[in-house]
Ligand binder design. Structure first.
Ligand SMILES: [Zn+2]
Ligand SMILES: [Zn+2]
Length: 479
């Protein structure tokens, strides 16, 4: 059998089982590092499919791998499966209605991500079995992507070492394989402690931690003008000290998330934020302590691998949608008040892309493949796929699992995670990744070129592993 016959039969014959698996993960949305159900379902499926499964990888209860084959090249396929808090939503409903108010929901489509990647691994395994060519495929069950940097913890323990490359995908409202970067980030908590006092009776005896948080936030606001254009600094006040204004608040906490284009510029920027916190403590005569929650690397783009995957998206063929699917997409799309654009403005400055984007601006379903990007798209978000990309050449594609205009981390994203468009595009992603992996197995010059590009882009920079004392933080616990 030739490549596409093998891939299509391996995935299509298991389509219903793969849909059911993805739906079962959607049904039990679990937050970062608490994904016991999802990890159990996915690792059991890997075992059933004949992969050698390792659990508790890197000392993380919900991290696992499934390996098949022997010898080089070694291709990693990354899967995620964690959910988000507060995004509970009835499946396939174009109206906002939480299944359980305030509960978790799969608002980033990771139920699809984990299973689409698994489909790819199954097809690559079948190819290796049938053709007996040397090569190894490893499925990585990566927990805690949302705010957890799970892959950074896995990378610290060396689980991505020895890979020739890593491939993955992410649910989206577009079909695309573009070389892209993402921002490095660090999340940390600043705690201020002062002295409580009666705010009217003895204010001179009080030292306000809440004032320190306010001054820190003001100081960072002034800092923003004097950072690089692409740096982003966000914050959330998580403890104001209390609800009584007649008390001088003796304890207050604020969480900061600092993003910057390169891991190497992250630490100096964080130091400037820390200096402002120190200044706030000095001004208010309080004490300040600092705790890192997570660090995520930027993504090293790889145009060589993206090209291989793009060709395979074309070869696999885009999913065929029915009239009902289009009607579904229309109803969903019309529920979105502020539709996400087809592509960010910075990208559509390119003339060819601008034309395509303009032609599809009012579509309800972007059922086409975005034309090839002639340059690297600089992403404004962050992902722990970045940490993998510092360890091995890495590429990530998008497939349109959602109607046009859907933003991730919304109730509309949760609603569509079990729909017909999601299912079809999940298998499309699996097929394209499998096709790419097989090309890389068959043509060593592709991995050679991807590695050369990877080294050129890193330009001698060395991956900075997470500090040894940092531990994965189970979501839902007090930060
Ligand atoms: Zn997300
Ligand atoms: Zn995501």
């Amino acid at each position: 059998m030739e490549k596409w016959e093998l891939i299509n039969s391996a995935i299509d014959e298991k389509a219903e089982a793969l849909y059911a698996l993805s739906d079962a993960i959607w049904d039990v949305p679990e937050l970062a590092f608490t994904e016991e159900n999802a990890a159990k379902l996915l690792s059991a499926k890997l075992e059933e499919e004949g992969f050698e499964v390792a659990r508790n990888v890197a000392g993380i209860e919900t991290a696992f791998t499934g390996t098949f084959g022997s010898g080089r090249p070694v291709i990693g396929i990354l899967g995620e499966f964690d959910a988000l808090s507060g995004l509970s939503q009835a499946a396939n409903s174009p109206v906002k209605e939480a299944l359980i108010p305030g509960a978790n929901g799969h608002g980033c489509g990771h139920n699809l991500l984990g299973v689409g990647s698994l489909a790819a691994a199954i097809a690559v395994k079948k190819y290796l079995e049938e053709t007996k060519v040397p090569g190894t495929v490893i499925y990585y069950g990566c927990p805690g992507e949302e705010g957890g940097a799970g892959k950074a913890f896995m990378a610290r323990e060396g689980v991505f070492e020895g890979l020739d490359c890593a491939l993955t995908w992410h649910p989206s409202h577009i079909n695309s394989s573009a070389p892209h970067s993402s921002l490095a980030n660090m999340q940390m908590k600043f705690t201020f402690d002062g002295i409580a006092s009666h705010a009217a009776g003895a204010p001179e005896n009080g030292r306000s931690a809440l004032d320190a948080v306010t001054l820190m936030n003001t100081g960072v606001q002034f800092l923003r003008e004097h950072t690089n254009m692409k740096d982003r600094i966000h914050y959330a006040v998580t403890d104001t000290g209390g609800v009584s204004p007649n008390v001088v608040q003796a304890h207050a906490e604020v969480i900061y998330l600092v993003r910057t284009p390169h891991l190497n510029t992250l630490f100096p920027l964080v130091e400037r934020v820390k200096n402002i916190a120190r200044g706030a403590a000095l001004m208010t005569d309080t004490t300040m302590s600092f705790e890192v929650h997570k660090i995520t690397a930027d993504t090293v783009p790889n145009a060589t691998l993206q090209k291989v995957l793009r060709r395979n998206m074309e070869q696999a063929g885009l999913p065929k949608f029915t009239e009902e699917d289009y009607a579904y997409a229309k109803a969903m799309s019309q529920s979105i008040q502020l539709r996400q654009k087809v592509l960010p403005t910075v990208v559509i400055l390119d003339e060819n892309l601008a034309e395509v984007v303009a032609a599809h601006q009012d579509d309800y379903l972007y059922d086409f493949l975005i034309p090839e990007f002639p340059y690297v798209v600089e992403g404004s978000g962050s992902t722990d796929v970045g940490d993998v990309s510092w360890n091995t050449p890495t590429a990530e594609i998008n497939t349109a699992t959602e109607c046009a205009g859907t933003s991730m981390h919304t109730w509309q994203a949760t609603a569509q995670g079990k729909g017909p468009i999601a299912h079809k595009s999940m298998l499309f992603a699996g097929k394209a990744l499998a096709g790419g992996a097989i090309d890389l197995i068959n043509d060593p010059s592709l991995i050679e070129a991807a590695t050369k590009e990877w080294k050129r882009r890193l330009n001698g920079a060395v991956y900075q592993k997470l500090p040894p004392e940092l531990k994965p933080r189970k979501a839902g616990k007090k930060q």
